[in-house]
Each structure stands twice: as structure tokens, then as C-alpha cells.
Design a protein around this ligand. Structure first.
Ligand code: GLC
Ligand code: GLC
Length: 651
């Protein structure tokens, strides 16, 4: 019955479609629309069906998809077809990513194009260029406060330069990832300006209120994201004389997705960037898309429906384009951003693995892998056609977002354990040489997160300042060990720019009035390319990090079992310092790799008894990275301090 309703609605819409659309060759479009319309209609109706103007919006939705399909360049349509056939293409082990700020990395878009050789040298073939759109002069949350979703920041370049960059990247087989900041706009966006001037149509794009009454009700359920710099979730706008919802900074206005016009605007923008040649779109802050009084206003069911609807619509127009969910939320919530009850991702194909990230930092601080093991064990298995984005550092702070129950299962008390980690990474103990900064401290809840560059967090900065060779060596090993894990865990490894060169904290943000209140800038460096050149000079720090990393990336690409098909098994070892898992092949059981990482700086023993059939009947284990063979002479193997290995059995 319902399918018939959906069918007749589609007929209606198609009959009324504008002639400039219906005159086009829309074969693939119609096939895909037919296949997805039932889902699209159901979702759109669930979200907006009770509105009188529902049909008008449904018409507009279909026309939006069609218009972008018509504009989609031929070579991108061809890629769509190829990827529809090879639909697991992104699960392959050949992909290795890096996230960067265009200005910090290379100044401008054309500068970035000149630096593509750097990625090729390292083996990176997926580049996430963080926001490059026009945003307010002054505070702009690193570009995440967008003033125009279709115009490039003039300091960075032009749309033509972006399209040149995209074309050049495609030629070199490097994927382009761009952001779409779906949750909010800057207060200087046209929509915000119209709202401010009193236009009710645009006021309805946001959550605005004339008194505190409703905001106060919302506040009861909503946590604060930036409690220090931007407390509360509403800001009074003098000109508009209304309160406006601003979950992040006071100049970032939350979009109102209960208004279908907002949904269609954002779909329009997503499809626009898909047509500019982005292979993957990173949807920012997706957990926040739906607000409801009395709720936390994160991970609401409707936020998921919106993502499903965006995915289904993108599937019709630009099916080759993938979505990354930036949802830095609890482990059981993150997994839902792939879409529930499905094999194929119904929302985002890729999601930040914030749990793994935070757990690795726990292991780095405690020098043991107990919580890491426990936390990974309780991480639900992801869908088949979906993958994790595995990272150590990114442009944001580190939140210790793992599960309290897992902390308890490891024999720690959650509150003091988290406090220990914050103190550890902010260098509060004599034994801790980490140089992190506390971020987002909330005196009401006791929460805090951590800023700092990878190198400074693992003690490299301290080691260099004190000239402690052993400590320098240990820090480098830890940097490599963490990268070793994101390269082998299963998923897309995403390096953070600067980390392959051992970039330290950068305090220069303190001299900028628009940045000094946000210490995440301490780890958003400007690359010093003269220093970066030292990566080819043996004996330098840059050399000692860059080259082993480059080697590991090359080896990863050769190991088919590193493709992400839920083909990982954790080993529970008696020795808590070791984190050990196997990656196996689903088709040929003899193909397998044992990943071993030692979070202690001391040599540790790994007993053969603990690793099942590994080593049984074989001569020994060969580390695929160094080529070194570990003969089986006794009951255990010696694993070096901060050692990391990708073992195969010797045949
Ligand atoms: C995302 C971004 C972060 C930004 C926030 C608000 O979490 O990664 O940098 O502050 O969204 O846009
Ligand atoms: C996102 C994340 C949060 C992070 C913030 C930016 O909202 O959920 O953990 O701290 O952006 O810093």
C-alpha cells in the first residue's frame, strides 16, 4: 500500500517537473531515483509529512537531485558507475589518508597543488583538506564557521584553483576529502543576516526565541561543548533582539533541520561539492543535527534519519561519493552513524574511530593495553560495507570518550582514572613529560579534554629540551608505534599533517587575539618546509620519523589482510603491556598477519602459549616491516620496548 503511495507521488512529481530538467538525458538518474525513492519518501515524510507544504518540498527535493545530476561532469558520472560496480573499493588497504589545513600546510590551494609530491613520497593517497570556504575575518573556528557554502576563502584561492587541484589529484590517484559543515553557519552567513534583519523565513532556518523561556528548557538537557570560551547553548543577538541557538561558539548558529527548506539547502550544498570533484565529504558535527527540548540534543533518532535521507539522495545524484561521519560520541552511539540493521552503510560509509583513538592514548599513558583491549572488545562490529577512520591526532582536542564500564572492568575507578589521564597528558607528574593543555574544562561536571601535538604529547618536546637521547628515542618509537596501529587495525588510517615530521606544539596562537582563547591552535601548525626537507637527511629527527613511517605505509599496501572486512581477532595476553591482534583473510586461511605492539618502554616477553596457533609447527615469525626473522627457540619471544611488528609465519 505504502509503496503505491510512494509510487504515485513520484509520478506526480515527475509529471510536474520543469521542462529544462525533463528534456535531459536522465537515464541513470531515473533508475537510481526509482530504486531509492521509496526510502527517500518514507524518510522525508517521517520528518516533514505533517506540514501543509510537504508536497511542495518533495517536488523541490527531487528537482534539486535532478539539477545536480544534470550538472554532474561526465568524468564524475563515469566514476559513479565504476564505483557502483566495485562498491567495496574504499575498504582496500591501499588507501592512506592525511588531514590538513590548507593554509598551515601550503598557504594556498595552488601551494597545495605544488606539494602533492609530498603525499606521493610518503604514500598518502587521500587528503582531507579542512574547511576552505569564506568565513568571518577574526574568529572562525578554524573555518568551521562558514559564511558562504559555495565561495572559497579568498586568502586561500578560488573555485577554479580548487577544480584544478581536484583534477590534478585525480590524475595522481589521490582522493579529495572536503568538509560540509552541516550543523551550523557563521553569524555572518546570508541566512543569518536575513534572519537578523527580521525576515521570518530565515529566522526559521535557525532556532531563535524572543525570551529565555524556551532556551532555558533546552539548556536543562544540553551539555556545553566549549564551556570555557562559549558557555551555554544560546546567544543573545542585539540586532535581532532574539536568542539564537549556538551550541558551539557564539558566532556559530545552529541550523534548524525541522524546517525542510534547511534540509534541501544543505543537500544542495552537498551535491554542489560532490560535483566539484570531492570523492568523500566529511559531514561535520553530525551528532548535533536534531534538537529536542528535554534531551541531550545529540545522537537523536531524527539526526540519523536526516543522514539516511542525505545518503539516499546523494545515492541518486552522485553515488560514487562517500560520507564521513564526524561524530565524536560514545562507542555504542558512533557505530549507529553507519546506519543500523543493514549490511551496507545507510548513513555514512566512514566514521571517526574516536574510541580507538582515545584508547590508544590511555595505553600510551598507562604503558599497558588493558583498557585498549577491553574497549576494543566491546566496540560493536561494524557493518560490512563501512569502515573506520583510524587516527591518533586531528585538529580537535582528545576527549576520553571510552566507556565507564570498560574502565571498571579493568579494575580502575572511572573518575580518578580519567583525572589521571588528564593530569598525565598535561604534564602534572614528575614522570610525565607530556606537554598537553587542558581543553574544555568544565568546573560543573569536572570534564576536561586535551590539546597538544602528537610529538609534544608523547614527550618529544621535553626530551629535546633536556637533550635526553634515550627519551628522544623512546618518543620517536611511540610515535611510530601509534602509527603502526592505525595502519594495521582495519579501516582508513588518517595521519595528521606535521606528525610525520615530529612537529611540536606551536604557541604562536597566543599572540592572535582571535585564537588565544582556543588552545586547539597549539596543534594546528604551519609547516616549516625547510625543516621538512630534513626528512631526507640521515640522523635528523625528521628523517627518523618520516622514513620508517613511509616504509610502514608501503608495507601496509602490500598486505591484503589489512583491507577492512571485519577480519580482526584480538588476543588476550597475560602480559598487559602488549596489544596483539591478528588480521586474517576471509578467503585463504593461511594468509594472516599478527600485529604486536608493546606499550612499555621495556622489553617484554610474548609467550607462544598466548598466541594460539601462531608459531606452532613453524620455524619462526618474520616481521614484514623490518624483514627480521624471529626464530622459535623457546617458549616466548622478546618484544622490544615500544616495539611494533607485523608478523607472518615463516614458510
Ligand atoms: C567539529 C570540528 C571542530 C569544530 C566543531 C564545530 O567538531 O571538527 O573543529 O569546532 O565541529 O564546527
Ligand atoms: C565536536 C566533538 C567534541 C569536540 C568538538 C570540537 O563537537 O563532539 O568532542 O571537542 O567538536 O572541539
Amino acid at each position: 500500500m505504502y509503496e503505491q503511495v510512494s509510487h504515485s507521488l513520484l509520478n506526480d512529481i515527475l509529471n510536474r517537473i520543469k521542462p529544462e530538467i525533463s528534456n535531459q538525458d536522465l537515464r541513470h538518474f531515473y533508475t537510481r531515483l526509482g530504486a531509492n525513492f521509496y526510502a527517500i519518501h518514507s524518510l522525508f515524510e517521517t520528518l516533514y509529512g505533517d506540514r501543509e507544504d510537504f508536497h511542495k518540498h518533495a517536488q523541490c527535493l527531487v528537482e534539486t537531485m535532478a539539477q545536480h545530476y544534470i550538472k554532474r561532469p561526465e568524468h564524475l558520472r563515469q566514476i559513479d558507475l565504476d564505483r557502483e560496480k566495485d562498491f567495496n573499493w574504499f575498504l582496500h588497504q591501499k588507501w592512506v589518508g592525511m588531514a590538513l589545513y590548507c593554509n598551515g600546510f601550503a598557504g594556498t590551494l595552488s601551494g597545495l597543488q605544488d606539494r602533492l609530491g609530498y603525499f606521493e613520497e610518503l604514500g598518502v593517497n587521500l587528503v582531507h583538506v579542512m574547511p576552505i570556504l569564506r568565513c568571518p575575518e577574526g574568529s572562525s573556528d578554524g573555518g568551521y564557521a562558514v559564511s558562504d557554502f559555495r565561495e572559497i576563502d579568498p586568502h586561500i584561492g578560488t573555485l577554479e584553483e580548487l577544480s584544478e587541484l581536484a583534477a590534478e589529484m585525480r590524475k595522481r590517484e589521490i582522493l579529495l576529502v572536503l568538509d560540509v559543515v552541516v550543523n551550523h553557519t557563521s553569524d555572518q552567513h546570508y541566512w543569518a543576516e536575513q534572519a537578523r534583519s527580521g525576515d521570518p523565513v530565515y529566522q526559521d532556518y535557525y532556532y531563535t526565541f524572543e525570551s529565555r523561556e524556551i532556551p532555558d528548557l533546552y539548556e536543562q538537557g544540553m551539555p556545553e561543548i566549549f564551556p570555557e570560551s562559549s558557555p551555554g547553548n544560546f546567544t543573545w543577538d542585539e540586532t535581532m533582539e532574539r536568542w539564537v541557538m549556538t551550541v558551539f561558539n557564539d558566532y556559530q548558529w545552529d541550523l534548524n533541520y525541522s524546517n525542510p527548506a534547511v534540509f534541501i539547502e544543505m543537500l544542495n550544498i552537498i551535491l554542489f561539492w560532490a560535483n566539484q570533484g570531492a570523492d568523500i565529504l566529511r559531514l561535520d558535527a553530525v551528532a548535533f543535527l536534531w534538537k529536542k527540548i528535554g534531551r541531550v540534543c545529540q545522537n537523536e533518532r531524527e539526526a540519523h534519519l536526516i543522514l539516511q535521507l542525505l545518503k539516499d539522495c546523494c545515492q541518486v545524484t552522485a553515488p560514487g561519493v562517500l560520507f564521513i561521519a564526524e561524530a565524536i560520541v560514545a562507542p555504542l552511539e558512533v557505530i549507529k552513524y553507519f546506519g543500523e540493521d543493514a549490511v551496507i552503510a545507510k548513513e555514512c560509509e566512514i566514521a571517526y574511530n574516536a574510541t580507538f583513538m582515545a584508547l590508544m592514548w590511555d595505553a600510551a599513558a598507562t604503558k599497558n593495553a588493558r583498557l585498549l583491549n577491553q574497549g576494543i572488545k566491546s566496540l560493536p562490529v561494524k557493518l560490512e560495507r563501512a569502515t573506520w577512520l583510524n587516527y591518533i591526532r586531528c585538529h580537535d582536542d582528545i576527549g576520553l570518550g571510552f566507556d565507564d564500564q570498560d574502565i571498571v572492568a579493568c579494575g580502575y575507578d572511572p573518575v580518578p582514572h580519567r583525572k589521571f589521564l588528564i593530569d598525565y597528558f598535561t604534564g602534572q607528574f614528575d614522570e610525565s613529560h607530556a606537554r598537553g593543555l587542558p581543553f574544555g574544562q568544565n568546573s560543573k561536571t569536572g570534564d576536561a579534554r586535551i590539546s597538544g601535538s602528537l610529538a609534544s604529547l608523547v614527550g618529544l618536546q621535553h626530551a629535546l629540551e633536556t637533550g635526553d637521547e634515550q627519551a628522544i628515542d623512546d618518543s620517536i618509537k611511540l610515535i611510530l608505534l601509534l602509527h603502526n596501529l592505525i595502519l594495521s587495525f582495519g579501516g582508513l588510517p588518517l595521519l595528521y599533517y606535521g606528525d610525520a615530521l615530529g612537529t611540536l606544539n606551536d604557541d604562536s596562537y597566543l599572540g592572535d587575539p582571535y585564537k588565544k582563547g582556543d588552545n586547539r591552535w597549539v596543534h594546528r601548525p604551519t609547516i616549516d618546509w625547510q625543516k621538512a626537507d630534513l626528512r631526507s637527511v640521515p640522523g635528523t629527527l625528521e628523517y627518523k620519523i618520516f622514513n620508517p613511517l613511509k616504509k610502514m605505509i608501503a608495507v601496509r599496501k602490500e598486505l591484503q589482510v589489512f583491507a577492512d572486512f571485519n577480519n580482526r581477532e584480538l588476543y588476550d595476553l597475560d602480559n598487559p603491556h602488549l596489544f596483539v591482534f591478528e588480521r586474517y583473510s576471509l578467503t585463504s586461511p593461511a594468509e594472516r598477519v599478527l600485529v604486536v605492539a608493546n606499550f612499555s618502554n621495556q622489553t617484554q616477553l610474548m609467550t607462544f602459549e598466548d598466541i594460539g596457533t601462531w608459531g606452532a609447527g613453524y620455524g619462526g615469525l618474520v616481521d614484514q616491516i623490518s624483514g627480521e626473522c624471529f626464530e622459535k627457540t623457546g617458549a616466548s619471544l622478546e618484544i622490544q620496548g615500544y616495539g611494533y611488528y607485523w608478523f607472518k609465519e615463516q614458510r
